[in-house]
Design a protein around this ligand. Structure first.
Ligand SMILES: Nc1ncnc2c1ncn2[C@@H]1O[C@H](COP(=O)(O)OP(=O)(O)O)[C@@H](O)[C@H]1O
Ligand SMILES: CC(=O)OP(=O)(O)O
Ligand SMILES: [Mg+2]
Length: 406
């Protein structure tokens, strides 16, 4: 199989894409990236941001056709433009397959899945479990199937990486029948944890730390959505996200874990509809709700408003407390890794989290942290501290190539 694999990662207002060479590779790192980019602000302020990575730069006319988008452009329009640009681009080979990030695979789907009408219908039933993600991911599959019916499409699930967790980590203390119905803690951001854990495995560990290491790792994926994963020997053993990607940490606009009694109070005493509660918990809470300013960490770090500082304080506090919980589940901790937008770029957030983990042996190298170095632990740190940029698109391309070559 030669040519290209297109990766599509659909968010609520963005569509990230990447093209990788469609050749077999032993590891995800062995795949060659041709280019990546994203449509941001879809629906009202659409724009295209194109990353580097071309051997032959695309012609101006070609790229202008992709990048000059009307502000109201939506997901279907973005996909149509993307396809036309890829197919007209002389620097790229034929499109062999499209790989998608589909957030929820439910109880049935773990492995990467070649999509068809029947399994698409089953995945559609999971939209209420991931209202910010599942509808957009599946709409992208349908839009591409309409445009190019013969093009194979593969779903890669965020839940898959956590499927092997011990039953106790997946269980809710609810009546038994719910577990049989698939009401368990699935966990999300699995493609990111999978990738980051592989990269961590390639790092050269300083001698004193290697000796202490017995493979107990927490990865903090801090993007718009945020979660922690506890890993032992590279496998997920617990995560902060649960049945949905609402549980766990405070996020950009999501509340994270709450007292379930509070949800009952909002419905029964305050008279809120279930839909209004859903909107508040997914879209109006988290950094946005607490600060009243923005759900975007960059804006909050730049703000002098006390409410911005309060939101960041709560964000960090929640992370530190959940690290304590996962460290207990692991029976100790050897390495803490930061990834995704905030984890990779927000040095003050990393510093505050590391400070809260001093009881676990964390000592930050402040200069390395300010420089966003890979290894940010001070020489006397018992805990390994790392910054590893995630690459969900590379994982999707690798799994998609695996399905196509099977
Ligand atoms: N230089 C930066 N400093 C602080 N925060 C940043 C920086 N760059 C990005 N971020 C934050 O990263 C978050 C988005 O993370 P990202 O992983 O891109 O999100 P998504 O979940 O949409 O993939 C936003 O809160 C944004 O403010
Ligand atoms: C599952 C999830 O929360 O994803 P994201 O961080 O992309 O919103
Ligand atoms: Mg993301």
């Amino acid at each position: 199989m030669s040519g290209e694999i297109l990766v599509v990662n659909s968010g609520s207002s963005s569509l990230k894409f990447a093209l990788f060479e469609a050749v077999p590779a032993e590891t995800p790192m062995g795949l060659r990236l041709r280019c990546r980019g994203q449509f941001a602000g879809l629906g009202d302020q659409a724009r295209v941001e194109l990353g580097a990575g071309f051997d032959e730069p695309p012609s101006d006319a070609n790229t202008a056709a992709l990048c000059n988008v009307p502000p109201m452009l939506g997901h279907p329009g973005a996909l149509a433009r993307l396809l036309e640009w890829v197919e007209a681009n002389p620097a790229l080979g034929d499109l062999r397959a499209v790989g998608h990030r589909i957030v929820h695979g439910g109880a049935k789907y773990r492995d990467p899945l070649r999509l068809d009408e029947s399994n698409l219908g089953e995945l559609q039933e999971l939209v209420t479990l991931a209202p910010l993600h599942q509808p957009h991911g599946l709409a992208a599959v349908r839009a591409l199937a309409d445009l190019r019916p013969a093009l194979p499409q593969v779903a890669c699930f965020d839940t898959a990486f956590h499927a092997g967790q011990p039953a106790v980590a997946q269980s809710f203390p609810l009546p038994r029948r719910y577990r049989q119905q698939g009401v368990i803690r699935y966990g999300f951001h699995g493609l990111s944890f999978d990738y980051v854990s592989r990269v961590l495995g390639e790092q050269e560990l300083p001698q004193h730390r290697q000796a202490a290491s017995s493979g107990r790792v927490i990865i903090a994926h801090l993007g718009n959505g945020a979660s922690l994963c506890a890993l032992r020997d590279g496998r997920s053993v617990a995560a902060t996200t649960g049945f949905t990607a609402l549980e766990g940490l405070m996020m950009g606009t999501r509340s994270g874990s709450l007292d379930p009694g509070l949800v009952l109070h909002l419905i029964l005493q305050e008279g809120m509809s279930a839909e209004a509660v859903q909107r508040m918990l997914y879209r109006e809470s988290g950094l946005l709700g607490v600060s009243g300013i923005s759900g975007d960490m960059r804006e909050l770090l730049a703000s002098r408003a006390p409410a911005a500082a309060e939101a960041i304080e709560l964000y960090v506090y929640r992370i530190v407390r959940e690290i304590g919980s996962l460290a207990a589940a692991l029976g100790g901790l050897d390495h803490l890794v930061f990834t995704a937008g905030i984890g990779e770029h927000a040095a003050p957030v990393r510093a505050a989290v590391a400070k809260g983990c001093e009881w676990l042996g964390a000592r930050l190298d402040t200069e390395a942290n300010a420089a966003h170095a890979t290894d940010i632990a001070a020489p006397d740190s018992r805990l390994g501290l790392w910054v590893i940029p995630t690459d969900e698109e590379r994982m999707i391309a690798w799994y998609t190539a695996g399905v196509m070559l099977r």
